[in-house]
Design a protein around this ligand. Structure first.
Ligand code: HEM
Length: 216
């Protein structure tokens, strides 16, 4: 604990925690995205996938606890870094003036973070703390075809994409993948990744809103 504690007390250490938790959360998001994409194959395939996941029983609880810990580390460290940056404003501007530091994604990081937090609370109420005997295809279709909720999902998923666009770029910097020759490429890679993730996620509420046959 001593080494982790003293690492966490420094700004660079906190950025490493942010990067490691961000990387693991992005991997979760990617697997969740692949899982959600099964909904495009139809209700049977999607329900079979969800049932398979639930059949893992105890493993799912361990996974969920790990996920909760990751979200908490990411949120608490993000808040601490935000206030540290506010206190050291000149340094913050120096950081922001580097390549990739002044994008829409970077400027909106705290706001998109708050939107994602609100989204996750609503999302867990919708799909996690709910009647698990209802087929997941019916849950997704019934909830996301409601205009208010469907549009809230689309809005939040745009925030997820914006957050990722800067988060993934920052992650590269924090783990030392930083070279003038490749930075533009890394920046574009992070942007393409976030657009693809955002677009595929958004397809689900979009189809629920506009398609008569999606998941039926
Ligand atoms: C169109 C977008 C999305 C859809 C349709 C969707 C759907 C679902 C469903 C059906 C579940 C419940 C799985 C089950 O227990 O059977 C779930 C769980 C969850 N989702 Fe999503 N999701 C979406 C986007 C997201 C995003 C963007 C995030 C994170 C930023 C996220 C985070 C979570 C978390 C943390 C859980 C709980 C995991 C667990 O219980 O093990 N979801 N989602």
């Amino acid at each position: 604990m001593g080494l982790i504690g003293s690492l966490y007390r420094s700004s660079v250490g906190k950025k490493s925690f942010m990067a490691a938790s961000g990387l693991l959360l992005s991997l979760f998001l990617l697997t969740h995205l692949i899982g959600n994409s099964i909904s495009f194959l139809g209700r049977e395939a999607y329900n079979a996938y969800a049932e398979k996941l639930h059949s893992l029983g105890g493993l799912v609880y361990i996974f969920e606890l790990g996920l909760l810990a990751l979200f908490l580390v990411h949120i608490i460290t993000g808040i601490l870094l935000y206030f540290e940056n506010l206190r050291a404003r000149p340094a913050r501007y120096a950081v922001n003036s580097c390549e990739g530091g002044r994008s829409w994604g970077s400027r909106t990081m705290p706001y998109t973070g708050v939107i994602i937090l609100i989204f996750i609370i609503v999302h867990l109420m919708n799909f996690h703390f709910t009647d698990k005997s209802v087929p997941v295809s019916d849950l997704v279709r019934n909830l996301l075809s409601r205009p208010g909720l469907g549009l809230f999902y689309i809005f939040s998923l745009v925030a997820v994409a914006l957050h990722l666009s800067h988060g993934v770029w920052s992650l590269f910097q924090s783990i030392g993948i930083n070279h003038a020759k490749y930075n533009q490429l890394l920046l574009k890679g992070a942007l393409v990744f976030s657009i693809v993730v955002g677009a595929v996620f958004i397809l689900v509420p979009l189809l629920a809103l506009v398609s008569r046959s999606f998941l039926l």
